[in-house]
Design a protein around this ligand. Structure first.
Ligand code: SF4
Length: 475
């Protein structure tokens, strides 16, 4: 294994996180250093499974102490036939799981069956979706911890990580029972402990949903759990065995396709078939979270023209009833909620900033106009009211055939189209028209580009007018 000069610093940082945030005392003191000595980057030509700590006298899920022997196995870096996924839930509502089940690009079932070309099959161990239950389910996680897998594994965390030091005699979030030594016998295994066991050896650690990515609702002001994100728990020095920091796919609940697409992109990388996808400075997939909600909102035109809704569900821009879209990085307006359908502003709801690290505290109170929105919406209202009227002039003019202008009549049985422009309207249009085309080329059949239609001439440079007569109709 290659020497990693940063290893000691990372180990120390990891240990500090766990000490600070609550793996119960006496659980990880032995074997901890071995637990975090997974390679930071794949060695040339192959990849080692993490060196998982030989467990001291361990209490297994039935409470029987046994010595666990560990093996190290070497794996080639791609092509992989399968990858294990260990889905863990901390302080969570399971909404992220529901979102992922609704994904269509690609659907989760395509990833599980290996139906996506080039991507290894996923073997998913999920606390809600698994067929196994109880000890049989937890054993899969223990196999990963003890290095018994025949393929790399990825961990996914849904929900935030509570500070178990604050849980007193109880616990906030746990899965299975037992611990590394006798002090843990019979007690629930807290999620922090599972993370400490599995994160160092994971090929990638993915936080899904805002609770796991930034702490979210469980970390809001006044919470008694001291909840934090996966990044906060693992620390900035954390790297997976493939050298990746925590990958964050935020949203409350997240857009399911954002997760499956990111997983697919990372798997192609692990497979050696694709580059490492681009992530931003907070580990978000850059191609998904690089733009604001506002830029892709189908109400953006209303904002620009200064037309605002005064109630939820109105068809106009919702900024004055509390939409934070202009500053929030999310693609829900472009991608929709499921299969390009639905999604916050698309269905009349406002953006409350659920994908952002400052959520929820920095976005409350919800459903009130955001600070600063008064300045921008007033500016839009002033500018927009003028621009809207000018556009109306152009629209009315373009709604008439040139022939109708000549005849000063519209041969439509629909009354709405039969009205004639007023004298004032004609005058405004005349001057606006001059302004629009001042110094510019006038398009349309009266423009120079169209003259060849009349005289059969076509210029050598491709433009109409007097030329060599080799144009479309000039030969
Ligand atoms: Fe922007 Fe929100 Fe208005 Fe859409 S509804 S245009 S996101 S402010």
């Amino acid at each position: 294994m290659q020497e990693d000069p940063d290893r000691a610093r990372r180990d120390e940082s990891m240990q500090r996180r766990v000490d600070e945030h609550g793996v119960p005392d006496g659980v990880v003191e032995e074997g901890w250093q071995e637990l975090v000595t997974a390679p930071a980057a794949p060695p040339e030509g192959g990849h080692d499974l993490p060196q998982v700590a030989p467990a001291p006298e361990a209490a297994n899920v039935t409470g029987t102490a046994q010595a666990l022997t560990l093996e190290r196995k070497a794996l080639q870096l791609g092509p992989l036939e399968k990858v294990y996924v260990y889905w863990m839930a901390g302080m969570s509502c399971d909404g992220c799981s529901i979102s992922v089940l609704g994904a269509t690009q690609p659907p989760i079932e395509a990833l599980l069956t290996g139906a996506v070309p080039g991507i290894p099959r996923l073997i998913l161990h999920h606390p809600v979706l698994a067929v196994d239950a109880g000890e049989a389910f937890v054993k899969h996680f223990e196999d990963a911890w003890h290095g018994k897998l025949d393929a790399p594994y990825v961990i996914v965390l849904e929900g935030s990580v509570p500070d178990e030091k604050l849980s007193g005699d109880g616990w906030f979030s746990a899965m299975g029972t037992g611990g590394l030594n006798e002090s843990g016998a019979g007690r629930p295994t807290v999620m922090n402990e599972w993370l400490a066991r599995l994160a160092p050896g994971a090929a990638a650690a993915i936080a899904i949903g805002t609770c796991a990515t930034w702490g979210g609702i469980p970390a809001a002001a006044g919470n008694p759990t001291g909840s934090m994100s996966l990044m906060d728990f693992l620390g900035k020095d954390y790297q997976s065995t493939f050298g990746l920091p925590v990958i964050n796919v935020p949203g409350c609940a997240p857009q399911g396709d954002n997760f499956t697409e990111t997983v697919a992109a990372v798997l192609l990388f692990l497979q050696g078939l694709g580059p490492l996808p681009e992530f931003d400075e907070l580990g978000r997939p850059a191609w998904l979270f690089g733009e604001t909600v506002h830029r892709r909102c189908n109400r953006g035109g209303y904002y620009e023209e200064g037309v605002f809704a005064d109630h939820y569900g109105g068809q106009e821009c919702l900024v004055e009833v509390g939409c934070w879209g202009p500053v929030v990085q999310c693609n829900i307006t472009g991608r929709g909620a499921i299969n390009h359908v639905g999604g916050c502003m698309n269905v009349g709801g406002i953006c409350i900033g659920c994908t952002m690290p400052g959520f929820p505290d920095k976005f409350t109170p919800f459903y009130k106009a955001a600070p600063g929105s008064l300045v921008s919406s007033t500016a839009s209202r002033v500018m927009g009211s003028g621009i809207r009227r000018l556009r109306e002039l152009s629209r009315n003019d373009r709604n008439r055939e040139p022939l109708w202008d000549k005849q000063a009549a519209v041969p439509s049985g629909w009354a709405r189209h039969q009205h004639q422009p007023t004298a004032a309207g004609k005058a405004m249009h005349f001057f606006y028209d001059k302004l629009q085309y001042a110094g510019g080329e006038r398009p349309g059949r009266t423009g120079a580009d169209e003259q060849y239609r009349a005289d059969g001439q076509y210029r050598a440079d491709g433009h109409a007018g007097a030329g060599n007569g080799t144009g479309p109709t000039g030969t």
